[in-house]
Design a protein around this ligand. Structure first.
Ligand code: FES
Length: 148
């Protein structure tokens, strides 16, 4: 199994693939920087992933960006808790709901949320991300993902 070459920043690359099969050198070389960045970002250690839409159709861009800024800050706090399951957060341009946003979805549970104005967003963060329990009155759908 390749051990991974140093990325752009000189840190070792991700040892790809995880199942131990070899990969062509060209691909390995082409992706070393991305592998190093994924490793630096903690990919492989996350238990949950939240995506939030920053508008402009489900909410204004200003509302969406304010929600993103708040989510980013609060997830950072949650990830510092002792024994926390690390959460990854990503802003997106559209989740194709386009009504009553800001809109978000949390995986692996696949719980979709709408109307995440500041107070509602705080509840979603505290209850869903902080305590791992759904917030039914803010939920707009559910689509858990499974590998089975
Ligand atoms: S613009 Fe937010 S879901 Fe489409």
């Amino acid at each position: 199994m390749p051990t991974g070459r140093a990325g752009r920043d000189g840190r070792p690359g991700f040892p790809y693939p995880l199942d131990g099969r070899s990969v062509p050198d060209k691909k390995s070389t082409d992706l070393d920087g991305a592998r190093a960045e994924a490793q630096r970002r903690g990919v492989g250690g996350y238990g949950r992933h939240v995506f939030i839409c920053t508008g402009p159709d489900c909410c204004t861009t200003e509302e969406g960006m304010a929600a993103w800024t708040r989510l980013k800050s609060r997830v950072g706090e949650l990830n510092k808790r002792e024994g926390a399951t690390p959460i990854y957060r990503t802003k997106v341009g559209c989740l194709r709901i386009c009504e009553s946003g800001p809109t978000a979805v949390v995986y692996p549970e696949g719980r979709w949320y709408g109307g995440l104005e500041p107070d509602a967003l705080e509840r979603m963060i505290a209850e869903e991300l902080g305590e791992g329990r759904p917030v039914p009155d803010l939920q707009i759908g559910e689509n858990p993902l499974s590998l089975e």
